[in-house]
Design a protein around this ligand. Structure first.
Ligand SMILES: Cc1cc2nc3c(=O)[nH]c(=O)nc-3n(C[C@H](O)[C@H](O)[C@H](O)COP(=O)(O)O)c2cc1C
Length: 522
């Protein structure tokens, strides 16, 4: 084991559950369920691949406990019916094969959804306060439906246990129902579920109590909380430090600290330029207030950073989301002392959360395997027998570099021709705007990979049919890039004063950036 990450790979215990290390795959809804919330083969393959990579504990994304509690996408998982259990059992079995624990995150959206996605059902919440981004005005929950929702959570949790999950987590964060009860912005009630912090926390406390009573003392139960709303007038870290002991008294085994809601999404899912570790100080505050283990999330994108968080005592577990999409082998590589081989997540969000908000299954700009794990061939890609052919890749941008890497991994002899005198293609341009320089880390990683795999790179070499035939390759991959789509919907797009980013970026400047970033040795 690599001593540098001794804390990260220390076994841990949370309630009745033991874990082999301190790395948790963050809950990430992936839009890979079917329209009725059933787990699909694609979803199972997605989680199996994460388990193969060595993470100790996997959390599912949002799983709705009732159809009325679905979030704002059709393809979330549901657990509102016993019929969901067999599919979920296949999922937990797949993960357990790798000695990895898996928890189910059960949730109700409250007002943070739309009629449309709820199949015409009316959203419900503590008070009829419109959701600021989605615009829905929910109906106010009276006491009978509140009791029914507690029942729905209990039934969902029991089904989760039947399906083989090692723990149940209540999604109390990110603006959904539990969060909206705690928030003074969305809870204007004057009964016992509103008013003081204690009143606003009552729904969550009752929810934890009901689940603890149903699950017994020997089953792990957790709660995810936003450490601060990061919206003026919302609850703050000071409030959260008072709510956590209430949840502990009600029976939670751990607290999973995230942040924000849709209104402050940048603190929840930090884009490039915010973070890494933007929520660590908040987890550290909760840690001081809590008796149970604390989990912390928020762009922990390297094992070095994760190790430091554990070492400094800010949290007991580090929750990693997008970096494990970019490279599910992050844990295995760190453990083997090969951290520099981890493919970096550049927080571009294009493949993950942007696609999620468009109701598409998630993937990754940097990792073409992500979301396609179930397709034939992907699972065994690094282990196939060498094919021993000569592959010519034309184009040294991200697609060409990735194709060359994969072809070389498969045991081929690979040549790569790039027309410019620098590798990188559009990545060079992508790294230019303010706060976007992390694209350069992906480029550096790709360049290092092709170097290490012995790809023969020729710069300043353009391809034409004669040259390609002359190269005598067994296979040719053309990866010469795309042309930008003109933004015809913008008035004046074709005026002389408008230039696209390519035209505004003289290649000499791009080359200087590239050289500084990846120092490719010609
Ligand atoms: C595509 C996507 C889906 C997410 N879905 C959920 C979810 O269902 N439940 C949840 O608690 N958090 C969700 N999150 C937030 C993550 O759990 C995590 O807190 C966040 O991405 C920050 O961690 P990271 O910077 O390591 O990605 C989601 C994030 C992403 C990118």
């Amino acid at each position: 084991m690599n001593e540098a990450f001794a804390r990260l790979f220390e076994p841990g215990r949370v309630g009745a559950m033991e874990t082999k290390n301190r790395l948790v795959l963050a809950s990430m809804d992936d839009n890979m369920a079917d329209r009725d919330g059933f787990a699909t083969d694609q979803k199972i393959a997605w989680f199996r691949r994460k388990a193969q990579g060595g993470v100790g504990w996997i959390q599912t994304g949002y799983v709705y406990v009732t159809r009325r509690g679905r979030g704002c996408t059709y393809f979330q998982m549901g657990i509102y019916d016993d019929a969901h259990v067999p599919g979920l059992r296949r999922l937990t079995d797949a993960v357990h094969e790798y000695d990895v624990r898996i928890g189910i995150q059960i949730a109700h959206a409250g007002r943070q959804t739309t009629h449309h996605y709820l199949n015409g059902l009316q959203p419900e919440a503590p008070s009829p306060v419109p959701e600021p981004l989605l615009g829905e005005t929910p109906t106010e929950l009276s006491k009978v439906p509140i009791a029914e929702i507690h029942e729905e959570f209990v039934r969902a949790a029991v089904r989760g246990r039947e399906a083989g999950f090692d723990l149940v987590e209540i999604h109390g964060a990110h603006g959904y129902l539990h969060h909206s009860f705690v928030s003074p912005l969305s809870n204007l009630r004057t009964d016992e579920y509103g008013g003081s912090l204690e009143g606003r926390a009552r729904f969550s406390v009752e929810s934890v109590r009901a689940l603890r009573a149903a699950l017994g003392s020997d089953f792990t139960l957790g709660y995810r909380i936003s450490c601060d709303e990061f919206v003026e007038g919302g609850f703050t870290i000071d409030d959260v430090c008072k709510v956590v002991p209430m949840l502990e008294d009600a029976g939670i085994d751990y607290i999973n600290v995230s942040g924000g809601s849709y209104e402050s999404v940048k603190m929840m899912i930090a884009p490039a330029g915010i973070g890494p570790g933007q929520l660590e100080q908040y987890a550290a505050r909760v840690k001081q207030a809590a008796r149970v283990p604390v989990l912390s999330s928020g762009r922990y994108n390297t094992p070095q950073l994760a190790e430091r968080v554990l070492e400094s005592g800010s949290a007991d577990y580090v929750v990693v989301g997008r970096a494990l999409i970019a490279d599910p082998d992050f844990p295995a590589k760190a453990r083997a002392g090969r951290a520099e081989e981890i493919r970096p997540c550049v927080a571009c969000e294009q493949g993950c959360i942007d696609r999620w908000f468009s109701a598409l299954d998630i993937t990754c700009v940097g990792n073409p395997e992500a979301g396609r794990e179930g397709l034939e061939g992907w699972e065994t890609i690094d282990r196939r027998a060498p094919t021993g052919r000569h592959v010519l890749v034309v184009g040294g941008g991200p697609a060409g570099l990735e194709a060359a890497r994969t072809a070389a991994l498969l045991g081929n002899t690979v040549s790569l021709w790039e027309g410019r005198d620098v590798l990188g293609g559009q990545l060079l341009l992508a790294a230019r705007p303010p706060r976007q320089s992390e694209w350069g880390e992906l480029l550096s990683w790709l360049v290092r990979q092709v170097e290490q795999l012995g790809v023969e790179v020729t710069l300043g070499r353009t391809a034409d049919p004669g040259a390609i035939v002359g190269a005598g390759a067994d296979a040719v991959i053309v990866a010469t890039g795309a042309r930008p789509a003109p933004p015809r919907w913008v008035e004046g797009w074709d005026s002389e004063k408008v230039v696209d980013a390519f035209a505004a970026d003289p290649s000499s400047r791009a080359q200087a950036v590239a050289e500084a970033m990846c120092r490719y040795d010609r």
